[in-house]
Ligand binder design. Structure first.
Ligand code: KG4
Ligand code: ZN
Length: 388
């Protein structure tokens, strides 16, 4: 695995040279902290390669998102029923440079216009992360600009800031993706306090596993949501895990077992019909959504806050958005979420998060380091990373 990563990296490094073109600053300049040219006017390249989506974007701190390109590897992994890490790394290598050329063309820019490179440094699949990290470091070196590793979940958390209506700090964030289910108090960028998280499966993972039980393709969340629309809401009543216990942690493994048992019971009674599948999907989705809604309300109450942000792949779920919006509106609270394209993995959220930190003077050293596991609370607040 390690040798394969190295081979991929050498290939990328070699080919990145053709994209580098004119150098902006001397690449011999070695810095770990740099002084931003003009914090109000920085063009940042964002690279996302943590899992099965290759995302590249250009974010300008004055003009906003200039260009954004994404390639989803779903068709590659679908036959395996989940992400195959080695195939993911290889495909990132194939797609990332064409996507970079595409965003440069779309934005009418060249490498010489870029002021910094932000890449996802973790959490994620190590080989996949290394592709983005290596390319980011190579480009930064070639262009003589800083690079910064961004935390993938911070990217998700800040994605609603790409919208016209942005939440103001402090707020509670519900981060719901394929790998994480977390409730976080957010007092500013890098000021995170974990309020609760899943003790076992993440919400997205539970959607994916339930979908598999129903014979639906990977990734299962959107498929469950689709067939749930034709489901009878009164046929099954699935348990809402951990809602009767105090605290803000989640657990979805019991719900998974309940789903499996319901599928088995339907099969015993005859064939698992299309309507059975829709009814089970509906009950499953209802159980996850109402569990998330209950915990979000509890978190807002505990923290005496009226603003909720939801982000990550599961925040694309329409039922979740609608229920949160209507329940919170009755309590005078507001929910913010990214537009659908920025709920799941994308380069724009990494470019945005990186731009905030690079503008504050934060920058990595020249090693391409990635962190497959990386607690978000370890991130420094922006004030710590002030320019020298
Ligand atoms: O944030 P994301 O793109 O990748 C990770 O960082 O994990 O999230 C992917 C997850 C998958 O588990 C997928 O099934 C789920 O988000 N997802 C959904 C929906 N769209 C994506 N889950 C429920 N409803 C959806 N509409
Ligand atoms: Zn994600």
């Amino acid at each position: 695995m390690f040798e394969q990563c190295l081979a991929l990296e050498s290939w990328l490094y070699y080919h990145a040279r053709s994209v580098v073109g004119a150098s902006k600053r001397s690449h011999l300049m070695k810095r770990t902290l740099w002084i931003p040219r003009e914090p109000d006017d920085m063009l940042i390249l964002g690279l996302e390669t943590s899992c099965d989506e290759t995302g590249v974007a250009l974010y300008d701190t004055e003009r906003g998102l200039l260009a954004d390109a994404l390639f989803s590897q779903v068709d590659i992994h679908v036959e395996y029923g989940g992400v195959v890490p080695e195939l993911a790394s290889r495909d990132h290598v194939r797609k990332v440079l064409p996507l970079l050329e595409q965003v440069l063309a779309d934005a009418g820019c060249t490498g010489a216009d870029i002021d910094g490179v932000a890449y996802t440094a973790g959490p994620g699949l190590v080989g996949a992360l290394m592709v983005g990290a290596t390319l980011a470091r190579s480009l930064a070196w070639g262009w003589g600009i800083p690079a910064l590793g961004v935390h993938h979940m911070e990217g998700h958390l800040l994605a609603p800031m790409l919208e016209d209506e942005r939440p103001e700090f402090p707020f509670v964030a519900l981060l719901v993706s394929g790998g994480h289910t977390q409730l976080v108090r957010v007092d500013g960028i890098g000021q995170y306090r974990m309020l609760g998280e899943s003790l076992d499966d993440a919400a997205g993972e539970a959607f994916d596993k339930a979908a598999k039980m129903l014979g639906l393709p990977y990734p299962g969340g959107p498929h469950i949501a689709r067939i749930a629309e034709s489901g009878n809401p009164d046929r099954f009543d699935f348990p809402r895990p951990m809602v009767n216990r105090p605290g803000l942690d989640f657990s979805f493994s019991g719900l998974k077992t309940y789903t499996l048992n319901t599928v088995a019971a339907c099969r015993e009674a005859g064939e698992l019909s299309e309507q059975d599948k829709c009814d089970i999907a509906r009950a499953f989705e209802e159980a996850v959504v109402s569990t998330l809604v209950i915990k979000c309300r509890r978190a807002l109450k505990q923290e005496s806050l009226k603003t909720l942000v939801i982000a990550g792949g599961v925040s694309a779920n329409r039922n979740l958005r609608q229920q949160l919006a209507s329940v919170l509106a009755k309590e005078g609270a507001t929910v913010f979420y990214p537009s659908l394209a920025y709920c799941t993995d994308n380069g724009a959220m990494i470019a945005y998060a990186g731009a905030q930190r690079l503008a504050a003077g934060q920058v990595d050293d020249e090693e391409a380091t990635v962190r497959p596991r990386w607690p978000m609370e370890e991130l420094p607040p922006l004030s710590v990373a002030e320019p020298a």
